[in-house]
Design a protein around this ligand. Sequence first.
Ligand code: FE2
Length: 316
Amino acid sequence: MHLSDLPPRPGKKAPSIELRRFAGGATHAEQLDHLRIAHLTDLHFGRVTPLAVQRAAIDLANAQEADLVVITGDFVCHSQMFLDQLVAELSRLRAPALGVLGNHDYWSGADEVAAALRRANVEVLRNAWTERLIRGQRVQIVGLDDAYTGHADRRQALKGLRTDVASIGLSHIAEEADALWDRGVPLVFAGHTHAGQVTLARLHELALGRLVGHKYVHGLYGSRAPNGEPAGPEGAVYVGAGIGAAVMPIRLGERGRRELAVFELGAEARVEDEHHGEQPAHAGRKPSPELTEKRRAAVHKKMWKREVREAKRSLR
Ligand SMILES: [Fe+2]
């Protein structure tokens, strides 16, 4: 038994997870009638995040009676040791669930994480799209594989996507959204940043925006207005603050709290009900091809180390 398997101590408060609500954009308002999307990201099943936290996230998602649950990567932390927990918890989702992988999933074993997700009835989109029919409404869901480790292939993911059918995008890395907007995907869900986890004094914007070079740090960016009016891009991206952590479970500051975001596509936008509106993007800095190559190589190195470890174990 691991520490994270233990039930919460008697009298200990249940983990708190923020519920943040948003309306969909103008394109979806024309195409859909009240389609509710619940967005979770960075669950990070592993040693760092107590299981009670992921359990609370799944309970909160179920309570929203969403039409779809989308999960944008980093299902695990650093290993495959917690895949059984992942399967047990994600199997409890009542709405159809779809997801894309993140860098931690690649570092821990992308194929094994994807197989576990399929066991939990979560459809994994690896540079692919799929169509769901929900209460007579068709929606296409495009899923990009992890861009951080160099596995995103937009051309492959978008092949054959119809522009006359409603669509949403999923990508662990939010900066991929711009290219999806250009191909008629007006709303993209993303994760990876954990909103910086510590957002006091806007520390997260300094650290992730200026130092790391993220254009999108946490929350809503882009535009949901018709044709991006007046001067915005023709699309929006939502970067979730996530549920778990890979290094330190600490979360300080309102924006840094664990969250579930709920988007009502096709519903009338009531700005007063929303947690916040579209924010200006940071300048951003694209990773160089060399850096992406280095990150891709790191995945292979970790895979090789895992295989050596397993081979040694089987010889014992
Ligand atoms: Fe993460």
